[in-house]
Design a binder for this molecule. Structure first.
Ligand code: EPZ
Length: 425
């Protein structure tokens, strides 16, 4: 096990190049299964979840080569329609392969996904939609056996909630299905549009992505293509947040403001000055951050749940009271105890967290509880006086590529060590 050791109190200053979006890369990798021939994905982040997805693809019979930030996939025929439990358990979002394997072969056998650190992660909406497209399911002994004897066919589907994963699974199942699928109340996240753009590049007939109602007409075949993954907006706001919380100034390269345009105004409300340019973004933090009366996480274009922990850490040093409301996941406040241990004043009641800003935080030994909660602890450590240790950073490595190198590159005093180890910062 590894940990990050951080010496806080240094305002970050410098330039960060943003990696590709984890939450685009994973469904696009699944989409590559549907394409014949070669697919070349550029700007792929080097993350443990991406490596896990490539292991699943290899198991299914897709040749994968990862070179730096380029993943090359060669797809002939699927070797199997079964993904073993060990591979399914390696990452939470492996259910995204269900739609692709079902769409390609007409059958799929996977282990039923468990909950995760964010609480129960049901897939009822995924299954109901695929059932409407002709799939049949047998759930037994923690296994999910799926089949579509006559192949999948188009359907008119109404999602009760704009689930990102369910939208992606429906897209992946519909692009080769017989006929037309109309998907109402589809998720509108930028990563959904990135997946749709990739599939169109491969020959899919998709429209309405990002608008709430999508229309997908099944085609006979998809061909591999070259595609560059969009920048990671949550990693981007995390690094801008690191500058905000340390009173620094950071330039983010490899993105414009658009993927983060539902989060940047909140940083501006806090007193940060933001200067967008065509392919980069500058942030200048104020001497003292202002509080934000209300942040409510909602489906896109609302404030993203993935940024909630990040903003809670930043607001813990604001000059006043902020109120956050988590409306997407049941257990997404598990980072609060660690921030309180570092001196933050946070009171949670149900879905609401009241953050009363303090003048300073103190370094402590904390343990990451999930991907974004762990990142929030790193940000708090960068601002705190003294030394912070963040353990169980395997969570953080799922979504941030070499986070300690990125932060050291802008002056952060942070090193990665073995948990039992010691060493100089
Ligand atoms: C995706 O998860 C992201 N993961 C999450 O990012 C993100 O937080 C989430 O979307 C919301 O934006 C990936 O893209 C790999 P949902 P997903 O289906 O698809 C409930 C991160 O930090 N629900 O939109 O699992 C569900 O329980 C990760 O990068 C059902 O009830 O999210 C949750 O409460 C964390 N039934 C809500 O909907 C279903 O069938 C949103 O889930 C499906 C979902």
């Amino acid at each position: 096990m590894q940990k990050l050791v951080i010496e806080g109190g240094v305002p970050l200053e410098g330039e960060i190049t943003l990696h590709g979006a984890k939450n685009s890369t994973l469904p696009i990798l699944a989409g590559a299964l549907l394409c014949d021939g070669r697919t070349v994905l550029e700007n792929c982040p080097r993350l443990t979840d991406v490596f896990a997805a490539c292991r699943i693809l290899t198991h299914l019979g897709c040749r994968c080569r990862i070179a730096e930030h380029t993943v090359t996939l060669q797809m002939q025929n699927l070797r199997t329609d079964t993904i073993p439990e060990a591979l399914m358990q390696e990452m939470r979002s492996s259910i995204i392969f269900l739609g692709a394997v079902l769409g390609r072969t007409g059958s799929c056998h996977v282990s039923y996904p468990g909950g995760c650190e964010l609480g129960p992660r049901p897939i009822d909406m995924h299954l109901e939609a695929l059932r409407q497209m002709g799939a049949r399911f047998l759930i037994h002994d923690g296994q999910l056996d799926c089949s579509a004897p006559e192949g999948l066919h188009g359907a008119v589907i109404h999602l009760p909630f704009p689930s990102v994963g369910a939208t992606e699974n429906i897209m992946l199942a519909a692009v080769l299905a017989k006929g037309r699928t109309v998907l109402h109340n589809a998720a509108k996240e930028p990563e959904i549009c990135d997946l749709a753009a990739f599939l169109r590049s491969c020959g899919a007939d998709i429209s309405g992505d990002g608008a709430g109602t999508m229309v997908i007409s099944g085609v006979k075949q998809l061909r591999g293509c070259s595609y560059s993954i969009m920048p990671d907006r949550i990693a981007g706001i995390t690094y801008l947040g690191a500058a905000a919380i340390t009173g620094g100034t950071v330039c983010l390269r490899g993105t414009d403001a658009s993927p983060m345009d539902n989060m940047l105004p909140v940083l501006e409300q806090m007193g940060c000055r933001i200067y967008p340019e065509p392919d980069r973004l500058h942030l200048l933090a104020p001497r003292r951050l202002r509080p934000v009366a209300s942040i409510r996480t909602m489906p896109h274009p609302g404030f993203p749940t993935d940024a909630q922990a990040i903003f809670m850490a930043i607001l813990s040093l604001a000059d006043g009271v902020s109120v956050l409301e988590e409306n997407i996941f049941a257990c997404r406040y598990r980072h609060v105890d660690a921030l309180v241990k570092m001196g933050a004043k946070i009171h949670v009641s149900g879905r609401t967290a009241v953050v009363t800003g303090v003048r300073s935080l103190s370094g402590a030994c904390v343990t990451a509880t999930d991907l974004r909660g762990g990142a929030a602890m790193v940000l708090a450590g960068l601002a705190a006086s003294g030394t912070t240790e963040v353990r169980r950073i395997c969570y953080i490595d799922r979504g941030y590529e070499a986070i300690e190198q990125v932060l050291r590159g802008v002056g952060g005093r942070i090193v990665r060590m073995e948990t039992g180890g010691s060493g100089e910062l």
